[in-house]
Design a protein around this ligand. Structure first.
Ligand code: FES
Length: 149
């Protein structure tokens, strides 16, 4: 075999191998979320009424304190015992359903699975999640906060 012929055949082989790698990469990096495979409790359906209550003095006394129940994460985001000092959003990330957490320093929700970020109101700040988090209603009576859907 001539040197030129050998190099030519080697080049064709490398192109075939690289093309195979590219196809595998495309299949594994879909930007579309697949079926929910995460670990979080699914979010409550809108209109399902009262979900849970929390005590403002013992469970949510400080900014950044949170309560997780029934597929919802409730966080104190400001001082004072008014409804706008709290936010309640679905716990399950809209990408693939893993549990999000609240980062008090940044004031945002972050999903540790693939890095999606959401505002306090649940809007997408960074993907791969494409859909916002469901937000729930907060009402306060005395020292009791109630989250409802
Ligand atoms: S599950 Fe993928 S970013 Fe949250």
């Amino acid at each position: 075999m001539e040197r030129h012929e050998f190099l030519s055949k080697l080049g064709i082989g490398l192109v075939a191998v690289c093309a195979g790698c590219s196809l595998v990469s495309c299949g594994g990096k879909s930007s579309n979320p697949g079926p929910s495979t995460g670990n979080a409790t699914p979010p409550p359906t809108k209109g399902s009424g009262n979900l849970f209550s929390a005590d403002l003095n013992t469970q949510l006394a400080n900014i950044g304190d949170s309560v997780i129940q029934q597929g919802v994460i409730l966080v104190r985001i400001a001082s004072g015992n008014t409804a706008d000092a709290f936010t309640a959003v679905q716990l399950a990330c809209t990408h693939q359903g893993n549990s999000i957490g609240y980062n008090n320093g940044q004031g945002i929700f972050i999903c540790p699975a693939h890095g999606s970020e959401f505002s306090k109101a649940g809007a997408v700040l960074q993907g791969p999640a494409a859909l916002p988090l469901q937000k729930y209603t907060v009402t306060i009576s005395g020292s009791t906060l109630t989250v409802s859907a």
